[in-house]
Design a binder for this molecule. Structure first.
Ligand code: NAI
Length: 307
């Protein structure tokens, strides 16, 4: 039987964990022994009205209360992932409480959907700021701690909208694919420090998707079923550089691959290229490359036909 997946002694930060997927990640981590920082400033799906829960118990506090009621350990943080000082405070409070940070799940997100021609710079910037820049900020804040520990697990929340495109989400899909690039480079830079980086492309019924889902889908698209896969990606035995697609209990892995390609003579014409196109796109033998340089090496090691 597989050994129980436990996180005793581990400390995790989950951003945007006041609801939806982040809440499910935080609760499952805590249930498996992790001490968890539940980050969330609250606010609407578009990111407005954050921090407005004056007096009332905020989203992060509620999740902390749930975790504690179930016997787990958690603290709340209400800072925005877009604010460097707030991020520094969040990391500091985790270090003060527990002395280490093993896991960062970059989950915080907002939507400002608009068809491309109508999208304003503000709508573009706000979405890039929370998803891409926010994940970068949080990761940079924990990076030296993970390096010093020789241990870290990073999870970036991407999306099928980034991987495959989606109408009305140019800002969101750019941010989400940016996170894949960030993850792939941190996989390389983190390897020698025991830091592993992965991405999650979820599908779940949350307030972010509630208006879009067909009837009855919500019962299957539970955030908890996604968290099950996310947990492995931040565990001791996690892979690295994986993009996990997860929803409704279905799990798959997405990969960026390159076709073997063909070599044309250096003096080939655009017409020669057009003629060769079907052979260039042929998928047989397509595979992911280990790092950027592998592509140049592949080019240079492919025999050049004479013109
Ligand atoms: P959600 O709206 O329930 O959760 C997002 C959370 O992020 C909210 O609680 C919100 O308060 C928080 N947040 C927003 N701005 C923040 C900031 N500046 N700092 C810290 N927290 C902030 O939606 P859901 O679905 O749980 O989304 C979680 C992540 O999963 C997002 O990154 C989203 O883009 C991604 N995702 C979700 C999919 C789905 O099917 N639900 C599909 C693909 C990706």
């Amino acid at each position: 039987m597989t050994q129980a997946l436990r996180f005793d002694g581990r400390v995790a930060i989950v951003t945007g964990a006041g609801g939806g997927l982040g809440r499910a990640h935080a609760r499952l981590l805590a249930a498996r022994g992790a001490r968890v920082v539940v980050n969330d400033p609250g606010g609407a799906v578009d990111g407005t009205n954050a921090g407005s829960a004056s007096g009332a118990m905020g989203a992060a506090d509620k999740v902390v209360a749930e975790i504690r009621a179930a016997g787990g350990e958690a603290i709340a943080d209400t800072g925005s992932v877009t604010d460097p000082e707030a991020v520094a405070r969040m990391v500091e409070s985790a270090m003060q409480a527990w002395g280490r940070i093993d896991i960062l799940i970059n989950n915080a997100g907002i939507l400002r959907d608009k068809s491309f021609g109508k999208m304003t710079p503000d709508q573009f910037d706000a979405v890039i700021d929370v998803h891409l820049r926010g994940s970068w900020l949080c990761t940079q804040a924990v990076w030296p701690i993970m390096q010093a520990q020789g241990y870290g697990r990073l999870l970036f929340t991407t999306s099928s909208s980034g991987l495959y495109g989606n109408f009305g989400q140019a800002n969101y899909s750019a941010a989400k694919m940016g996170l894949v690039g960030l993850m792939q480079t941190l996989h390389i830079e983190g390897a020698k420090h025991g830091i592993r980086a992965n991405a999650l492309a979820p599908a779940a019924a949350t307030r972010m998707t509630e208006a879009l889902l067909p009837e009855g889908a919500a019962e299957r698209l539970t955030p908890e079923s996604v968290a099950t896969g996310a947990l492995f990606l931040v565990s001791e035995d996690a892979p690295s550089k994986a993009i996990l697609a997860a929803g409704a209990g279905v799990f798959a892995v997405a990969r960026v691959v390159e076709t073997p390609g063909i070599a044309l003579p250096l003096d080939a014409t655009p017409e020669d290229f057009a003629e060769a196109w079907p052979r260039i796109v042929a998928q047989a033998g397509a595979e992911p490359l280990e790092a950027a340089w592998a592509q140049t090496q592949k080019f240079l090691s492919t025999p050049q036909p004479k013109g």
